[in-house]
Design a protein around this ligand. Structure first.
Ligand code: HEC
Length: 159
């Protein structure tokens, strides 16, 4: 009896060690190239969902282009109120009027990355994944900052 309890304990501890690093390896750090790999290879963003109040292609405003789609991952969708959970990602595809993909901008919620601005990591890519800007760009934060109460998110209203 005592032995099997000990074995169960050891198994649990080993399982924790084995699962721990894997769980961390699951989400990328605040690095635009690694994030691109994650959202196109490990967890392709086109398989994610949309905010219930912002489905599919929608008209957009400057500077993002006339049409866009905003894909959001599980962690974002499971967030019922602001701020969204750490690990939440929003991927915005910007299209021109001819519906050609022109740019991809991303907001990724990283614990401790930027506490004064909602802990968002920001990135902008060309359609083929070339990094145009990333990190804490003043432009992204300044404009989205007017929505700080909504966790810097523009296309979705938390009710
Ligand atoms: C001048 C204001 C402005 C700037 C600068 C700006 N955005 Fe946005 N952003 C918006 C608006 C407005 C929307 C809503 C969609 C639309 O109208 O195109 C939006 C939507 C988004 C979304 C979809 C999720 C959401 O919050 O609604 C992402 C992701 C995003 N922006 C990322 C970025 C990144 C990354 C940068 C910097 C490289 C940036 N934005 C710079 C105004 C801005």
């Amino acid at each position: 009896m005592k032995n099997s309890a000990t074995i169960a304990g050891v198994v649990a501890i080993v399982a924790c060690f084995a699962a721990g690093p894997l769980a961390f390896a699951d989400m990328p750090g605040p690095d635009a190239a690694v994030l691109w790999h994650y959202m196109t290879e490990d967890s392709p963003y086109k398989e994610w969902g949309f905010w219930p109040d912002h489905q599919g292609m929608q008209p957009g405003r400057a500077p993002h282009g006339p049409l866009h789609k905003v894909y959001v991952n599980e962690k974002a969708l499971n967030s019922r109120e602001p701020p969204v959970q750490y690990g939440a990602i929003q991927v915005k595809e910007s299209y021109n009027k001819a519906k050609e993909l022109k740019a991809i901008t991303v907001m990724y919620k990283v614990n401790g990355y930027s506490p004064e601005n909602g802990d968002w990591f920001w990135a902008e890519y060309s359609p083929d994944g070339k990094v145009k800007s990333s990190g804490k760009p003043r432009g992204c934060i300044g404009c989205h900052g007017v929505r700080a109460k909504n966790d810097f998110i523009t296309v979705h209203e938390f009710k």
